[in-house]
Design a binder for this molecule. Structure first.
Ligand code: SF4
Length: 320
């Protein structure tokens, strides 16, 4: 009996292999991502995002110091860390940056005494506040330090961030953690991009501070958004793989750079403008880790999604 020819679904016909799709697909990727961006309910997503705590502040110095702490503690589940962060910011009073600049280490520890979230406690958040406030006193703002670091960095933004983190932690931390140098817990809070880590939370803080004000990001720092690297979390990584923006399986700086480079093809001036919508597509549960007829039917990314393209069994086996 003759074997019938394999019939591909219409969405899979006439499509070049993955390696070619990386660039050939760009004309399809941009409109789909733009649709995702315009359809995202920013206000609702902001309410479930740590950046909402930054928007509660009015003074840019308060915004950047609250932003640094909020992004540093933004690991794990937002519904667990955000209420604790909100109580912490309340405890700092109506002018958190001014308080942090004028407080002694003992006063900082006293105000933050009620904070506890996984491996971060009063010692860690007070040390971070102390270092950030010292930078504000010395440079005028954290943004001014970022600009200084960028000017001094011949290798670009990654080196500038590395200098930024090194300067931040270059304080005597004995009153908080019993040693001059930062502990592993502190280095977990604000990691240096000099290693392999994707430094998701540092890149998230930079996105908040650098991207133009759009109701999510604040546009406070005099740094070009074109330099930013995407804050790579598990949600963004998974969806980026679905879209063919990377094939890398690790959550590393290299993967973040690769995805950013693909996005830079779409918008050289603002490559990470899709990050908020992509991450909340995952955080909200609207993009499951598998094909879901109901959810995928509503998804603006479906026309370019490799997960949707693939037969269910194949997708599950390949882990794409
Ligand atoms: S089509 Fe489905 S799997 Fe693909 S990105 Fe959208 S929700 Fe996620």
């Amino acid at each position: 009996m003759p074997v019938p020819p394999t019939v591909l679904p219409p969405s899979r016909q006439h499509r070049p292999p993955f390696q070619v799709l990386r660039f050939a697909r760009a004309p399809l990727v941009q409109p789909a991502l733009e649709r995702l961006l315009s359809s995202a309910d920013r206000r609702a997503h902001v309410a479930h995002d740590p950046v909402e705590l930054v928007h509660r502040q009015r003074d840019p110095l308060d915004q950047e110091i609250v932003g640094l702490v909020a992004s540093a503690v933004a690991y794990g589940r937002v519904d667990l860390f955000k209420p604790r962060l909100a109580r912490l910011v309340d405890a700092l009073g109506p002018e958190p940056a001014r308080f942090a600049r004028s407080a002694t280490p003992a006063e900082l520890l006293e105000r933050t005494a009620g904070f506890a979230y996984r491996m971060t406690g009063p010692a860690e958040v007070s040390a971070l506040l102390y270092c950030a406030a010292s930078i504000q006193q010395r440079f005028g703002s954290l943004g001014a330090l970022a600009q200084t670091c960028l000017t001094a960095s011949s290798a670009g933004w990654r080196e500038a961030l590395d200098r930024f983190v090194a300067t931040l932690w270059k304080h005597d931390l004995r009153p908080f953690v019993g040693q001059i140098r930062p502990t592993r817990r502190l280095l977990h809070l604000v990691a240096s991009p000099g290693g392999q880590s994707a430094c998701k939370r540092l890149n998230l803080f930079a996105r908040w501070m650098v991207r133009p004000a759009d109701g999510v990001d604040l546009g406070l720092w005099p740094v070009a958004p074109s330099l930013l690297v995407i804050p790579l979390d598990t949600h963004v990584h998974r969806i980026a793989r679905f879209l063919g923006l990377t094939r890398r399986t690790d959550l590393s700086w290299k993967t973040a750079e690769e995805i950013t480079a693909r996005l830079r093809h779409l918008d050289p001036d603002d490559p990470v403008k899709f990050d908020f919508a992509l991450s909340h597509l995952g955080i909200s549960g609207d993009c499951p880790a598998h094909r879901d007829a109901e959810k995928c039917a509503r998804c603006p990314l479906r026309p370019i999604c490799r997960m949707w393209d693939r037969p269910a069994n194949s997708a599950r086996r390949s882990g794409v």
